[in-house]
Design a protein around this ligand. Structure first.
Ligand code: AMP
Ligand code: MG
Length: 391
């Protein structure tokens, strides 16, 4: 049995970022930038009006002043107009500022009388003018290599005229759920069978991590069948096998992998739940063997599989987000394995929730956070702890 930290390090050592590729900004959501991006245009690109109103010279505009409306400047075209003392140009939101004007008066703050306006407020220089470059200067970094590409970053790239973005490689992953007892949701169930919940769990977690699920199959606890499905699924970058990695006579995953010539780097990690976790390599395929118990599969996915996938996709940050929370109960871990306690993080508090056993899927389904309690660690109610948020 190796420590969780050693297991993670060993896995990440075996993981290489996949080659980058160019992708349309319309497809790049949830990928990771494969290079640094810098602003090639300032934002705003030109001085423009923040309001529908009148472009003026601020010093002309004492309350009660009259100005002659000499022209109109809409958005979308620069009519190269000029405002001089005593004059104003009708202007609309986003329209380029006419030369000479240094402020905009909102239309609500003037009275229009024919081709004149009467100013009803005092006006300051730069009022309602969005100055060129005030938000973003040319050359400023807008996206760093390894940063997650989220909707707002895509919008920023679009504002710079980029139609494509270079992203880290896409991970194709296969899932095999093993077990003679498994029936597919929607099928009729026989006495002694259970519904396969790990396939959908793992598929959802993979997709949430940004991977493409190439296939998801069930397989009975039979060496020959297992051999065939593993061989075919191992053409992907990642293969996740659920169940069959423990020590019973029906746990055939490890021996089948060895028969196929796989290198087993890890088997059994000091983590609770998730001890029988297996990691190996078959050709270029990374193989993760997760224990069949749903909570074990969940915890080992998040602690070992997710970081590996993120690294393959070129991400900088491989960890789940962590936030501080006040523990609501005393917790002691006197086992020989680091314990991931499932709980609910709400209003700054973390409360363990549901049965803390590896089969307890309902308890897991009520949680949104994990607290790692180290071997021998004792935590007191009221203490502030860092919890991993996964939902
Ligand atoms: P195993 O790791 O194969 O020894 O399975 C451990 C426990 O997890 C057993 O109670 C299995 O019935 C259960 N289990 C295995 N695979 C799944 C699955 N795909 N969905 C839900 N439970 C499972
Ligand atoms: Mg099994």
């Amino acid at each position: 049995m190796i420590s969780e930290g050693d297991a993670r390090a060993k896995i990440l050592e075996a993981v290489r970022p996949l080659p980058a590729k160019k992708m349309s900004i319309l497809q790049a959501i949830d990928h990771f930038a494969a290079e640094d991006y810098f602003a090639r245009l300032p934002l705003p690109m030109f001085d423009n009006s923040a309001m529908d109103g009148y472009a003026v010279i601020a010093s002309d505009c004492k309350t009660g002043a009259r100005l002659r409306v000499i022209d109109e400047q809409p958005a979308g075209v620069d009519r190269k107009l000029r405002v001089s003392n005593g004059n104003t140009v009708r202007i609309f939101t986003g329209a380029p500022m006419p030369a000479g004007a240094d402020a905009v008066v909102m239309q609500e703050d003037v009275t229009r009388e024919g081709d004149e306006i009467v100013i009803n407020v005092d006006v300051e220089v730069d009022e309602f003018v969005r100055k060129r470059g005030c938000d973003l200067g040319e050359g400023q970094k807008i996206l760093g290599k390894g940063d997650p590409i989220v909707a707002t970053k895509l919008a920023l790239l679009a504002s710079q005229g980029f139609a494509q973005v270079s992203v880290g490689g896409e991970v194709r992953a296969a899932i095999i759920s093993t077990g003679d007892e498994l029936a597919k949701p929607g099928e009729k169930i026989q006495p002694g069978q259970i519904y396969d919940s790990n396939s959908v769990l793992l598929q959802s977690l993979l997709e949430r991590a940004g991977a493409i699920v190439a296939s998801a199959e069930n397989c009975s606890d039979n060496g020959d069948s297992l051999r065939a499905v593993i061989q075919s699924a191992a053409k992907n970058e990642v293969l996740i096998v659920s169940g069959g990695v423990s020590v019973g006579e029906h746990d055939l995953v490890q021996s089948t992998l060895r028969d196929l010539g796989a290198k087993i780097d890890i088997w059994r990690v000091a983590i609770k739940p998730g001890k029988p976790f297996l990691f190996g390599q078959l050709g270029m395929c990374l193989i993760f063997g997760l224990p069949g118990n749903p909570v074990s599969a969940f915890v080992t996915f998040l602690q070992f599989v997710r970081p590996a996938i993120l690294r393959m996709m070129g991400a900088n940050d491989l960890d789940l987000p962590k936030i501080p929370a006040k523990l609501t109960v005393d917790l002691t871990n006197d086992s020989d394995r680091a314990h991931y306690v499932r709980g609910k993080c709400e209003n700054g508090n973390f409360a363990p929730i549901g049965r803390q056993e590896s089969h307890a899927l309902f308890g897991l389904s009520q949680s949104n956070a994990l607290l790692r309690v180290e071997t021998g660690e004792s935590l007191k109610a009221g203490e502030t702890v860092d919890v991993q948020i996964w939902e």
